[in-house]
Design a protein around this ligand. Structure first.
Ligand code: PEP
Ligand code: MN
Length: 337
């Protein structure tokens, strides 16, 4: 349930509503918009249904939120949330491009890629130090050394960094290095991990699970938000379907749907969404046309030698080309890049 206050409601009237809700044993989440204040009731508020909050001074209306996500919902927070990371504004008019290799492999590989994507105009550097691999026999990432190398690449380029955290125990260590926690598709419903990153104040990038619905993705975001961490972004990265010609099926429907449902920045990952480097650019453009706030794209200087996901990684020169196409496309859809 949310209580929408009148635009001229006084601080005293707002406090009276908040006190009334808190007295009934519920927590509130206040959203001070440019137009009006919205008071959200956190948690299962069914016991409040018979209370006439409409009668209180300054209240314009009470809206029952039918969707199970609340803090993530646009009813709760009508304006787009802008997540700020080291001066990069994510979710505003400017598109945010995150690029880099699937994994940190070596010092020279990450530095070379970081410089290349920076030069091409990327905003944030990506790379995994810990990789959630389907097989225990394949490359698992280089661990903490990878985090150190990512921090060095940030120093060298000025690009903020994002990297995956796979367990609640790893949250403090990864948080010593990264600017954004990535929660991977395989961990989207690792609720203890979501709670652990929800207790931090670093932004969190949640990727849609392989077989999860768009609603479940927002429920994962809700876990993080309900811990008090409001810097959450969500990412469509392709789902399992009967189609086997591509690695996953990027659910382009999810992009405008998520934009309708949530105020959080919505990203797309055309690399994991397709699994094929030559499909990355067309799908990247499709996602921006569909309203995505940004993209996360795998770039590797020598994809044929990559230790993971080489087949879907763009060479730097192809990434440069894609960025120039995206700049023109951004203008056509009322965004900037
Ligand atoms: C990745 O971004 O490298 C990754 C492992 O993605 P996902 O969790 O979407 O598979
Ligand atoms: Mn990858």
């Amino acid at each position: 349930m949310i209580v929408v206050m009148k635009s001229l409601a006084t601080p005293g009237e707002i406090n009276a509503v908040v006190n009334q809700i808190e007295t009934l044993g519920f927590q509130v989440h206040l959203s001070h918009g440019t137009e009006r204040t919205i008071i959200g009731v956190v948690g299962d508020d069914r016991p409040l249904q018979n209370h006439n909050f409409e009668m209180l001074n300054g209240v314009e209306k009470v809206v029952r939120i039918l969707q199970p996500f609340k803090l993530a919902s646009r009813d709760f927070h009508p304006e787009n949330t802008i997540v700020e990371v080291r001066g990069v504004q994510i979710g505003g008019p400017k598109l945010t491009i995150i690029a880099g290799p699937c994994a940190v492999e070596s010092r020279s590989q990450i530095l070379e890629t970081a410089h290349a994507v920076k030069e091409a105009g990327a905003d944030i550097l990506r790379a995994g130090a810990y990789k959630p691999r389907t097989s225990p026999y394949t490359f698992q990432g280089i661990g903490e050394e990878g985090l150190e190398l990512l921090a060095e690449a940030r120093e060298a380029t000025g690009l903020p960094i994002i990297t995956e955290v796979m367990s609640p125990e790893a949250v403090p260590l990864v948080g010593q290095y990264t600017d954004i926690y990535q929660v991977g598709a395989r961990n989207m419903q690792n609720f203890t991990l979501l709670q652990a990153v929800g207790k931090t104040r670093l932004p969190v990038f949640v990727k849609r699970g392989l077989s999860s619905t768009a609603q479940e993705l927002l429920m994962a975001a809700e876990y993080v938000l309900s811990g008090g961490n409001h810097g959450v972004m969500v990412c469509e990265r392709g789902i399992r379907t009967f189609e086997t010609a591509t690695r996953n099926t990027l659910d382009i429907n999810a992009i405008p749907l998520l934009k309708q449902w949530t105020h959080l920045p919505v990203f797309a990952d055309p690399s994991h969404g397709t699994g094929k480097w030559d499909l990355v650019a067309p799908i990247a453009k499709g996602c921006i046309a569909a309203g995505a706030d940004g993209l996360i794209i795998e770039v590797h200087p020598r994809p044929e030698q990559a230790l993971s996901d080489g087949a879907q990684s763009l060479k730097p020169e192809r990434f440069v080309e894609l960025m120039s196409d995206l700049r023109r496309l951004a203008a056509a859809v009322g965004r900037v890049l």
